[in-house]
Design a protein around this ligand. Sequence first.
Ligand SMILES: C[C@@]1(CC(=O)O)C2=NC(=C\c3[nH]c(c(CCC(=O)O)c3CC(=O)O)Cc3[nH]c(c(CC(=O)O)c3CCC(=O)O)/C=C3\N/C(=C\2)[C@@H](CCC(=O)O)[C@]3(C)CC(=O)O)/[C@H]1CCC(=O)O
Ligand SMILES: NC(=O)c1ccc[n+]([C@@H]2O[C@H](COP(=O)([O-])OP(=O)(O)OC[C@H]3O[C@@H](n4cnc5c(N)ncnc54)[C@H](O)[C@@H]3O)[C@@H](O)[C@H]2O)c1
Length: 255
Amino acid sequence: MDNPTNPTELHSLNSIDGSQQRYYPLLVDLWGKPCVIVGGGTVAERKAQGLLEAGGRITVISPVCSPQLQQWGLDRRLTLKHESYRAGMPELEEALLIFAATDQPQVNEAVRLEAQALGKLVNSTDHAEQSGFIVPAVVRRGKLLLTVSTSGASPAVARKVRQELEQVFGTEYELYLDLLHELRAEVQMKVGETKERQDIFRHMLGWRLLDWIRSGSFDDEARGMLVERVSARPSVTEMDAIGDWINRQLENRNE
Ligand SMILES: C[C@@]1(CC(=O)O)C2=NC(=C\c3[nH]c(c(CCC(=O)O)c3CC(=O)O)Cc3[nH]c(c(CC(=O)O)c3CCC(=O)O)/C=C3\N/C(=C\2)[C@@H](CCC(=O)O)[C@]3(C)CC(=O)O)/[C@H]1CCC(=O)O
Ligand SMILES: NC(=O)c1ccc[n+]([C@@H]2O[C@H](COP(=O)([O-])OP(=O)(O)OC[C@H]3O[C@@H](n4cnc5c(N)ncnc54)[C@H](O)[C@@H]3O)[C@@H](O)[C@H]2O)c1
């Protein structure tokens, strides 16, 4: 079941601009979902790390596993099955996602073919072209999730872009998004009209809140005051007034 080089030959799908665009970006909720990794080396460990961050229920199938994978096994963060892969393993049948991550191309191929026969999405770590999905490089800042892919062209470039993004989007985004999440809920509760809500959110984005958080002086008291003001008067005028107040706070601190 190889991927067609041109899907339009098989389905009458029209790409919007006829470009070579191929992958569909998707954020999957893997919490508690069974995921199988075949192989227990460096690459398997990296995939396991990403799955752990997403709360996947992981089984690693490999006769030999890296020290970190063994530790995660001891900590019961994942299940290790110290066996070589063979066809018909129940873990594959139950899995939502399958990763073929051994250093044996023929084993990876067999895993991929079985997974595809079972109708599973499979990541073949040595064959981007035949994978049902590929894994991007990731930056997590609380609720902010940035993902980078080169469509398999150069994972090293994906890594480099990820590192550049890490510099631009710092840890201040965690608090920033938690706060905007809370304020959004308040506004949604109190302002009935969609257009008005949108205007309010746009004006909030004008606040120099990230600068304030970065300065280290945005404390619980400041947060409380902000939430209180927005809840009390959720309007565009008030958002601008809050923006001015934030500017004054920053100026006072610089004096
Ligand atoms: C992003 C990241 C996520 C992750 O793995 O979690 C990831 N690879 C990472 C690193 C990395 N991988 C490789 C190198 C060595 C340098 C180099 O070869 O470039 C480095 C760099 C390094 O380690 O410094 C080697 C490599 N990778 C693949 C092949 C096989 C092939 O191309 O077919 C080979 C050759 C093996 C060989 O030659 O034997 C395949 C894939 N690797 C992907 C993802 C998918 C496409 C992502 C994209 O869209 O670009 C894809 C297609 C499938 C998949 O694995 O999902 C992670 C960076 C995480 C980070 O640092 O943030
Ligand atoms: N996709 C990526 O991001 C990426 C990056 C680098 C390399 N690769 C590819 O991934 C492959 C694996 O690289 P690695 O550094 O993890 O290798 P590694 O040598 O660290 O680990 C190989 C693992 O495969 C296991 N294994 C071997 N035969 C097996 C079998 N029959 N059943 C189950 N497990 C088996 C071994 O026990 C070992 O744990 C490389 O050959 C390369 O092609 C992919």
